[in-house]
Write a protein that binds this ligand. Sequence first.
Ligand SMILES: [Mg+2]
Length: 294
Amino acid sequence: MTQNVLIFTDLDGSLLDHFSYSFSQAKPLLALLKEVAVPVIPVTSKTRAELAILRCELDSHDPFVVENGAAVFIPENYFSAPPPGCVLANGLYCYQFSESREHWIALLALQETQFGGEFETFTSMGKEGIKASTGLSETAAHMANQREFSEPVRWIGSDERKQLFIHTLTQRGATVLQGGRFLHVTGACNKGKALQWLFEQYRCEAPASSFLTIAAGDSDNDVDMLNAADCAVVIRSPVHEPPKTEHPHIFLTRETGPQGWVEGVSWFLGAADRPATMDSTEYLRKKLRSLCHG
Ligand SMILES: [Mg+2]
């Protein structure tokens, strides 16, 4: 029986450096994973538009998950049959876990009567407002605003009123995630559900194979994804405490960002057994070949 390794990864602060967004330290391992056909699947809060650029930079042709698990995208000919429940557009199959952004914008508009003046949305802020409140460049603000399944909200009112606002939206079918700067209003989705659904598609594709799933993340919104995988790589953050998980197979990295990513992923691939005399890349290549090809 062959073993298929699947790697699901958060981007910001995990595969990408928290400050510079660089992944250069992970390039040798990414190249090695590509060589042995191990998928590296981005699972991110970013939009599809933001991912389009990053996937080019990463030379990634694997599926990806956007907007905190709101939708999974799979390249058209990636699996032998069309994945169930998907819509094909522009060469990508899309499986949606959340209603569209328009649904959430309409729901938020209804809250104006009760919470008018206490919140702003990306839509009401416009590009200039998004730039001012995020510090993003013109292009980056434009990309971040290309949301399809969620609407970011800047809360201006009191903390107490915020709790009532979240409660009211939740009663009306929304999931409200607290991000660093914004509340993200979306549907019944998270990164863990997206991982499980996508994993099922890999299993259907290769029913006779066994699988090893590795997930890597640095924040609270990664916990569902970490818990849904066989192995959890918790990437240490330079700016916040590591997320808490009871996962039985967890590796908390010493390093941060892409260096931590390499440290944790390599550890689960067996790098720790390397004889001191052997080059680490060469050793991992051997390990991966025997793991993936029996
Ligand atoms: Mg992160």
